[in-house]
Write a protein that binds this ligand. Structure first.
Ligand SMILES: Nc1ncnc2c1ncn2[C@@H]1O[C@H](COP(=O)(O)OP(=O)(O)OP(=O)(O)O)[C@@H](O)[C@H]1O
Ligand SMILES: [Mg+2]
Length: 285
């Protein structure tokens, strides 16, 4: 298969904290170059686990399966190498990093990405004459991207996510994406916590970033986001698997009927919860 496909084959994932509990039990998904795939699914079905597993979060173990991107087995790579290869994750719950300004964080991340996965020695990220981005050029770029997301420039000097409102955190995730220009973006509930105007601004921002080289995996609970960002396919993740795939109609159907009919059609008991039962901590006994 051509290089710019994200290919997920029979992916099984367990949290390190509960290695016997497979949250994902065989995910198969291919995201082609430039395609937008939406993933919907009940709370606790494993959407964030999938996002983390794709990006290499150390709290998760891949128990089976393969993920390839740009002809590489990315499961063997650290998270930063995946990012240097053009992958990006917008967190559902971004964390605060007191002491680190937004501008400094973004510039460091962009410079690291420019150096590439093999840390090209000809590129010195701290030297604008050797491929690094200079302060002036970076400020111009950041301002332009902030304008697209209608973010106040004062955010550049604030600490990453510290004291940010829920909606501001989501916008910062999108600002990171805009600056880093990934080729495969996983957006984990980027719409949650946004008011109606902010949702439109963020969605327009994502639309402005869409291009034939950008694949998107869009995790959402609400079909209204898909009114703005048109998905090529919609998938339902439940019981550790993708139990149904379709077009935008599927999202509309889920909104009207909930997950029960789709679960029943796939042969599952709709009354059971998706969250796996984890062993109780020893201290509880
Ligand atoms: N590190 C972990 N340790 C233990 N359990 C975990 C861990 N990570 C995830 N889980 C469990 O795995 C299940 C799936 O969690 P996940 O966050 O992937 O769900 P989700 O589909 O993103 O849900 P939501 O829609 O609420 O965001 C949950 O039951 C969760 O408690
Ligand atoms: Mg989640």
């Amino acid at each position: 298969m051509s290089d710019q496909y994200l290919e997920i084959r029979d992916l099984h994932v367990a949290p390190i904290a509960a290695p016997d509990t497979e949250i994902l039990q065989g995910i198969d998904l291919v995201i082609g170059k430039g395609e937008v795939h939406a993933i919907m699914g009940p709370n606790g079905s494993g959407k964030t686990t999938l996002a983390y597993a794709l990006m290499g979060h150390p709290a998760y173990r891949i128990t089976k399966g393969e993920v390839t991107w740009k002809d590489r087995n990315i499961l063997a790579l650290s998270a930063d190498k995946r990012a240097r290869l053009g992958m990006f994750l917008a967190f559902q719950n971004p964390i605060a990093v007191p002491g680190l300004s937004v501008a400094s964080f973004l510039r460091t991340a962009l410079n690291a990405k420019r150096q590439g996965i093999d840390s090209n020695p000809d590129i010195d990220p701290t030297d604008p004459t050797r491929g690094g981005i200079g302060m002036g050029e970076f400020r111009k770029l950041m301002r332009a991207k902030m304008a697209i997301l209608k973010m106040d420039e004062a955010f550049a000097m604030r600490y990453v996510n510290e004291g940010f409102s829920g909606g501001e955190k989501k916008r910062l995730e999108m600002l990171q994406m805009a600056v880093l220009e990934p080729e495969m973006a996983v957006l984990d509930e980027t719409d949650s916590g946004l008011d109606i105007d902010a949702l439109r601004i963020v969605a327009e921002g994502v639309n402005a970033m869409l291009n034939p080289n950008l694949g998107v995996l869009l995790i959402t609970h609400y079909q209204r986001l898909l009114n703005y960002i048109k998905p090529d396919q919609v998938h339902v993740l439940a019981r550790g698997r993708i139990i149904k795939s379709g077009g935008k109609d599927l999202a509309l159907r889920l909104e009207e009927e909930g997950y029960a009919p789709v679960l029943l059609e796939a042969g599952y008991d709709a009354d059971e919860t998706d969250a796996p039962e984890l062993a109780e901590p020893a201290a509880a006994h």
